[in-house]
Unconditional design. Structure first.
Ligand code: HPA
Ligand code: ZN
Length: 337
């Protein structure tokens, strides 16, 4: 079986996906049109041509501009459902997705409008495609902790629909420690917590996420490899790293896919997983991210299977659901042996 077909059919789990980063230019234009908003780009090609980044902040500027077309509950539904339809076509079986409520409430879109649209689509995706999910609220780290607390107050009445909280946006200059009181409160409220760390920020930010925020998972974590003591710590604690290969390439976290550290992470006894981050902006969804590392690093079938298993084991799915996902993976491996 050709490797592309094997990767397309491989049952997969996505643990690092910003819903707003799955907004394809075509959908952005059609939503802009129905909301009578004009985008500062001539057409879809012109917008896609703007997707050239040399660092995280260049991307974030365009990411926030793109999502500004999202206004109604239906917009958030359509965004989320389009993502799930793609994931169904790519044999993705479980997703844990981020949303950035502050990026919407600061534009005057009510918190409930965002949550209701996203959640309705997630329920439909589970019903129609069998894709199970968790929804994770990300705090924007370029804003202050008080803004985060205000957002938490808006989230608390909806805790039945929000599984966990994360920390995203501009990393350098906004260390995890800036949010230690907020994350402590979130843990007390029963949210599972995670944080982006070590994408552009130094290994110390990963230490802060672990020891200060007490995260259950590290999003990215690439730069942890610069600190041998931190590598030992992560290997021992078994924290999952939600690695995003095409994102790393597009944001120049790595220069070439041949230099991507995901195999080094495996060899160091860490638990990396493959994810897409902001697929509309970085050139690919789950299958494309697997393909990128398989081609760039000539990963073996065993290494690919290890990454897929890490996705299941590193998820926050129930033990029963994890067992089903492993069974599906095992059946697929037997069938493609
Ligand atoms: N890093 C930080 N913040 C983000 C990202 C990312 O890759 N994508 C969306 N928000
Ligand atoms: Zn991310």
């Amino acid at each position: 079986m050709p490797v592309d077909d094997f990767l397309a059919g491989l049952p997969k789990v996505e643990l690092h996906l910003h819903l707003e980063g799955s907004l394809e230019p075509e959908l952005a234009f059609s939503i802009a049109k129905r909301n009578a908003i004009s985008l500062p780009y001539a057409d879809v090609e012109d917008l896609r041509a703007a997707y050239r980044f040399t660092r995280l902040q260049d991307f974030l500027d365009i990411y926030y501009r793109g999502m500004s077309v999202l206004r109604t509950e239906q917009d958030f539904y359509d965004l989320t459902f389009a993502y799930l339809t793609r994931m169904h076509a790519q044999s993705v079986r479980h997703v844990e997705v981020f949303f950035d409520p502050q990026a919407h409430t600061h534009r005057g879109v009510p918190f409930e409008t965002v949550l209701d649209g996203v959640y309705r689509a997630l329920i439909d995706g589970e019903r129609l495609y069998g894709i199970t999910f968790h929804l994770i609220l990300c705090f924007l780290r370029h804003l202050d902790e008080e803004d985060g607390f205000a957002t938490l107050e808006q989230a608390l009445p909806h805790q039945d629909r929000i599984f966990g909280v994360g920390l995203d946006s501009s990393e350098v200059g906004h260390p995890p420690a800036k949010f230690s009181r907020l994350f402590s409160r979130c843990r007390d409220e029963g949210f599972t917590v995670m944080a982006h760390a070590g994408e552009e920020g130094p290994p110390d930010y990963v230490w802060q996420a672990l020891d200060g925020l007490q995260v259950a998972r590290i999003d990215h974590g690439n730069r942890a490899l610069e600190d041998p003591e931190l590598v030992r710590r992560l290997a021992q604690s078994g924290h999952t790293l939600t690695v995003c290969p095409l994102s790393n390439l597009r944001l120049c976290v790595v220069d070439r896919m041949e230099d991507h550290p995901i195999r080094t992470m495996l060899e160091a006894g860490l638990r990396p997983t493959v994810n897409s981050d902001d697929p509309a902006y970085f050139g690919g969804y789950m299958t494309e991210n697997y393909r990128a590392v398989v081609e760039g690093l000539a990963l073996s079938r065993e290494e690919v299977v290890r990454l897929a298993r890490n996705g299941i084991d590193g998820s926050f799915a129930s033990n029963d659901r994890k067992a089903v996902l492993h069974d599906e993976l095992n059946a697929y491996l037997a069938q493609t042996a």
